[in-house]
Design a protein around this ligand. Structure first.
Ligand code: TGC
Ligand code: FAD
Length: 394
């Protein structure tokens, strides 16, 4: 069974940049992960099962919507607190962080930011507590990197009090267990709008996606809408256009930048410890220069990413982080983590491919993380557009 011996690595004394409250939040999530999740996560991943019992606990420890104001059940915390939480969850498993970042950034955030007072009151407290789980439907079978071309649509129904929703979303985290879906669809004028769809509405189904080699402890599914009659009051009133879902992605991608740091730290910590314990040719493998090169490069990349991410958090707290800055951090950190997982697995030799260690699970999970919320190349093109002023997408 995988055991959690994790020790934090802080080469540039970044803890000095955190407040006592930040450290308390980080340490309490770490303790919860160590006690409740680390002992079971490998088993759930091996069985490709979603540990649904953790949803309520994630709510109880404040991981759902930590930056949402307390009057709606959120934590009222700053962006660095949110980031630190995502880092601790993902150092255990990217799927665990996915559950929390979808709920907070992709479901609660749009309801809070674009929703009416009634929508906020109805949904946010239940989502914050984990009583309800939510999902976010943007990607479609034929429209992934280019969500603006979506075909899912809403049409006014006869009585004017409802819309009829048709279409399908694919690759949706949390979908099979979600009570609530924030879905993006085009209205009759061709404008993208957000609409809250509830489980139980006739014509709405959420088939599970099977056969994943990645994010096996996270539930993924489709959202299928076959003439679903949805009350008009479920439309998010305060946004139209692609900037609605992309605004949510800015929040979630920011959380992923922190999350990827967690996965990288866990892989580095595991590889470092193993390199000091494993003896070959009469000495610890950590004494060989080639192993030291790997470890030295890992901690260098982690340290650079820690600084990048912390600065992004400060800018986000000040309301100054741009979508392109967030793209840079998401892209850099996930790529950094995937390289470290791969190098780290090599340090573990054959043991690295087993569930005795978290390395291979991180490695496989990060293949999804480097793809969702905008692929590695899409984020590169966002940076390219930002620095040149020239748009590669159009
Ligand atoms: P474009 O014309 O560039 O932009 C349309 C409008 O949106 C604005 N905008 C943003 N607003 C807020 N935040 C951002 N990050 C924004 N990026 C752009 C933009 O200013 C414009 O506003 P306006 O007022 O002029 O209308 O749009 P485009 O169609 O050319 O697309 C650009 C592109 C390719 C960058 C974008 O579509 C994109 O990011 N594609 C990647 C798709 C993606 O990330 N999908 C993620 C699906 S959700 C998911 O994966 C969840 S996984 C969750 C988990 O398990 O953790
Ligand atoms: P495509 O868009 O078909 O891209 C295929 C390849 O083409 C990629 O390498 C891409 O970089 C490249 N490409 C595309 N356009 C260009 C271009 N202009 N220039 C250069 N290269 C390009 N979506 C949701 O809405 N909600 C969720 O909760 C969610 N959860 C997910 C969970 C998992 C496990 C996974 C794997 C995906 C999830 N997604 C979710 C979907 C995810 O956001 C998409 O997979 C992602 O945006 C890429 O879309 P695609 O898979 O259709 O790939």
């Amino acid at each position: 069974m995988y055991t959690d011996k994790f020790e934090y690595h802080d080469y540039y004394l970044m803890d000095e940049l955190l407040t006592d409250e930040h450290k308390l939040i980080r340490d309490s999530v770490r303790q919860w992960v160590k006690k409740e999740v680390s002992p079971i996560i490998e088993d759930y991943a091996q069985k490709a099962e979603f540990p649904v019992h953790l949803v309520k606990q994630l709510g109880e420890i404040g991981c759902f919507g930590p930056t949402i104001p307390t009057e709606y059940g959120g934590g009222g915390l700053d962006q660095i607190s949110y980031g630190l939480m995502m880092m601790e969850l993902e150092r255990c498993d990217s799927g665990l962080r996915s559950t929390a970042s979808v709920q907070g950034s992709l479901v609660m955030y749009p309801i809070y930011t674009y929703g009416s007072k009634e929508q906020r009151r109805k949904y946010l407290p239940k989502l914050a507590s984990g009583e309800w789980l939510g999902c976010f439907g943007l990607t479609e079978p034929s429209h992934g990197s280019d969500p603006g071309s979506m075909i899912t649509n809403i049409k006014d129904a006869d009585d004017g009090k409802h819309v009829i929703l048709n279409g399908a979303k694919m690759w949706i985290s949390n979908a099979p267990f979600a009570q609530v879906a924030v879905v993006w669809a085009k209205n009759e004028a061709g404008k993208i709008q957000g609409i809250i769809v509830e489980r139980g509405m006739e014509g709405f189904t959420t088939p599970t996606t099977h056969g994943k080699w990645s994010l096996r402890a996270s539930a993924t599914g489709e959202l299928v809408f076959d003439n679903v009659k949805v009350p008009k009051e479920n439309i998010l009133p305060n946004v139209q256009g692609l900037k609605g879902p992309l605004g949510c992605l800015s929040s979630a991608r920011y959380g992923i930048a922190w999350g990827a740091l967690g996965a990288a730290l866990d892989c580095y910590d595991t590889a470092l410890r193993y390199s000091k314990e494993r003896i070959q040719f009469g000495k610890p493998i950590g004494q060989f220069q080639l192993t030291q090169k790997k470890l030295a490069e890992m901690i260098t990349e982690i340290t650079k990413a820690q600084l990048l991410t912390w600065r992004l958090g400060v800018l986000k707290n000040e309301g100054r982080a741009t979508p392109a800055q967030i793209s840079m951090a998401k892209r850099n950190n996930v790529n950094m983590a995937i390289q470290i997982a791969r190098e780290g697995r090599q340090i573990l030799g054959g043991m690295g491919i087993t569930g005795e260690y978290s390395m291979m699970r991180h490695s496989m999970n990060l293949e999804s993380v480097i793809t969702y919320e905008g692929t590695h190349d899409i984020h590169l093109l966002i940076t390219g557009q930002d620095v040149t002023g020239l748009n590669a997408f159009k």
